[in-house]
Design a protein around this ligand. Sequence first.
Ligand SMILES: Cc1cc2nc3c(=O)[nH]c(=O)nc-3n(C[C@H](O)[C@H](O)[C@H](O)COP(=O)(O)OP(=O)(O)OC[C@H]3O[C@@H](n4cnc5c(N)ncnc54)[C@H](O)[C@@H]3O)c2cc1C
Length: 453
Amino acid sequence: MTSRFVIIGGGPAGTEAATSAARLGAEVTLIERDILGGAAHLWDCIPSKTMIATGEMIDEVASAQGMGLTPANCEVDLDALRKRVVGIESILERQKRTLLDSQGVNIVHGTGRIADSHVVVADTAEGSLSFEADSIMVCTGSSPRIPDWATPDGRQILTTRDAYPPPTLPEHLVVIGSGVTGVEFVSMFASLGSRVTLVVSRQHVLPGKDPEVAGVLEDAFVEKGVRLLKGARAVDIEQSPDSVLVKCDDGRLVEGSHALLAIGSVPNTPGLGLEDVGVEMDGPWVRHLDHHMRTNIEYIYVAGDISGKLPLSSVATMQGRKIAEHVMGLHKIGHRHLDYDKAASAIFTDPEIADVGLAEADAFAEGRKVRVTKVPFAASAKALINNDPTGFVKMISDPATGVVLGGSIVGRSAAELISVIAVAVTNGLTTADIAESILVHPALSEALREAAE
Ligand SMILES: Cc1cc2nc3c(=O)[nH]c(=O)nc-3n(C[C@H](O)[C@H](O)[C@H](O)COP(=O)(O)OP(=O)(O)OC[C@H]3O[C@@H](n4cnc5c(N)ncnc54)[C@H](O)[C@@H]3O)c2cc1C
């Protein structure tokens, strides 16, 4: 019998699950209320990285003299930038649709909810459609968290979703939140030419990341003229016609032209009918998920940001694939559970930051013996050719076996280079496996081989 699989939410989790399950022979319906590719394409990964790429170009042009060129200046054209963001999103959506169509996935434009046991309803412009399902996957993503002391207006008080780009380039942007999203927006707007102040609730940016890595980023921010307001928690924003005043819990005040909230996100689970069919919830979060991302109701799966695991597009995609395999019984043939501790992640700041696996600070905190090797890009021929010797590669391995346990990279192309360490960590490769690979010369990846020596 064909398995009827209904998915609510067409982000990275939903589209990957849909194509994987359809390829394996399921009859798949995918319900999406907005665009295929999800918030990842419309609001998060793609628009933010598109804007960051423009900022990087401005920085590169500004450093043209170091490449033997006459210095030049770039003017930001917000309308052209907005068109570029929308253009990339449309290309990606078309590609997703073509792929899903080619696999025979039934794409429904509407808002989905679980209406009854094994029944999903999609509210569409033409009315409600009902689908019977053997398995249901819910992957509706998350939305920016708005504190009760701020009212975003898309003009002066922004969430990340208002920033691609905002109607006017902020003269002075106050970014609230110094996690991954906050620091990316700091880097982006500083490169685009805004004055930026970052409100950092702790003593360092990027809580939970390698302090050495966070230190390099803070130095780069200070060099770019970013003001860091440390140990300050924003508690209020006062708005006047052309300025905002951010108030902190210790009495400090920061005046700017715009404020941007980057203080996390909340899952899009209300209204999905999960509790009504017996899924146990803790507020907006699903209480139980097994290794296969199944809730306590065994035919209902949850993936992506609402799963409460790592909120990354790459993780959502992999969860979607694993769920499709489980729905189609493929997990019985040879299945690896997702190991979130081995997920690579990157922060697209200047300099770029990426890490995977065991962090040096965590190894020391656990009293675990590790070998840590660090190679600065200043020693790399390619980094000198690029006129960009900032940063380093750090590799962490087991001193007894040589097995690679983790690593962090700061510097140009860190997000690409970390893949080598990620493959090693996931597959239990040793430093010798990397050191004995013949890599390209001259290339930044040579620093990885040296760190593995
Ligand atoms: C500013 C920012 C930048 C980011 N950059 C990166 C990055 O560079 N790399 C990375 O890996 N991660 C990044 N992330 C995280 C990443 O965007 C999320 O982890 C990812 O989008 C989660 O995928 P998802 O499938 O859970 O949901 P989403 O991408 O949020 O998609 C969910 C979809 O469900 C739809 N939906 C919701 N409710 C319903 C309903 N009832 N019926 C029908 N459809 C519904 C929504 O319209 C949406 O399209 C970033 C996040 C932010 C905030």
